[in-house]
Design a protein around this ligand. Structure first.
Ligand code: 13P
Length: 253
């Protein structure tokens, strides 16, 4: 049920300027050194749209990939003021795009809108980081699994190329709060998600599923005991090269 490759994905949210290139350079230098120790990691930084083009043109090694954080459901160009499409993200140099993040769900993204966004992004040959997760009310009502099931069913069409979709389980109550799920609970949820997707989409291997929500350099070690976790989607702590690098280092300690 595990994928050997581990993903460390940063979601910068609304953070960063051109000067933040130095953060990316430090992470890239670390990754090149770290690779020599034989660690198999995939490092992706999902940055604001204003930085995608600069960052992807400056990174030479391909060891760090640049992604975006959202896109409009309309695939190419259109009268949608302030919006950016998958075509435009691809053109700017993005290889990945986060879709279904709870920040965007709370601003109105429904399962159906997210489904259309995924379709547009897949048509542009972008890889998707698809976020799912229950809020505190659902958790307290014992609805975690049913919420996750309906988010997946509502947004992932049977025809979509599952090889291009990375799932990220991010309980909404854990994002930015410092709270993380109990290890036993988290393991159960991961097993549920992996089995559910494999069964419903008739894929041969288990999908890649990441954990996100208050991951930092001090708590990362507790997650390494859960073999079903294929990596992490890291918010606040990915805005500092030191913290991001320490997360990777401490995971393997
Ligand atoms: P934090 O790591 O800041 O809790 O954010 C998680 C997140 O939303 C990543 O997408």
């Amino acid at each position: 049920m595990t994928n050997k490759l581990k993903y460390f994905i940063g979601n910068w949210k609304m953070f960063g300027s051109f000067a933040s290139l130095r953060i990316i350079y430090r992470i890239e230098r670390f990754c090149i050194r770290f690779k020599r120790y034989g660690k198999k990691n995939k490092i992706i930084l999902c940055v604001p749209n204003t930085l995608i083009s600069l960052f992807s043109s400056k990174l030479k090694s391909q060891i760090v990939s640049i992604g975006a954080q959202n896109c409009h459901q309309h695939q190419s160009y259109g009268p949608f003021t302030g919006s950016v499409s998958a075509t435009m993200l691809k053109n700017a140099g993005a290889k990945y795009v986060i879709l279904g993040h709870s920040d965007n769900r709370s601003e109105g993204d429904t399962n159906l809108i997210i489904k259309k966004k995924i379709k547009s992004a897949l048509n542009q040959k972008l890889h998707i980081i698809f976020c799912i997760g229950e809020n505190l009310k659902d958790k307290n009502l014992g609805k975690t699994f049913s919420v996750i099931r309906s988010q997946i069913k509502g947004s992932i069409d049977k025809k979509y190329n599952l090889n291009k979709i990375i799932f990220a389980y991010e309980p909404v109550w854990s994002i930015g709060t410092g709270k993380v799920p109990k290890t036993k609970e988290l393991k159960k949820t991961f097993i549920f998600i992996k089995r559910e997707i494999k069964k419903n989409y008739k894929i041969e291997r288990f999908p890649i599923v990441l954990y996100g929500g208050s991951v930092n350099d001090s708590n990362i070690k507790i997650f390494s005991s859960i073999v079903e976790i294929d990596g992490f989607l890291i918010g606040g702590a990915s805005q500092s090269s030191k913290k991001f690098i320490d997360i990777i280092k401490n995971y393997y300690k």
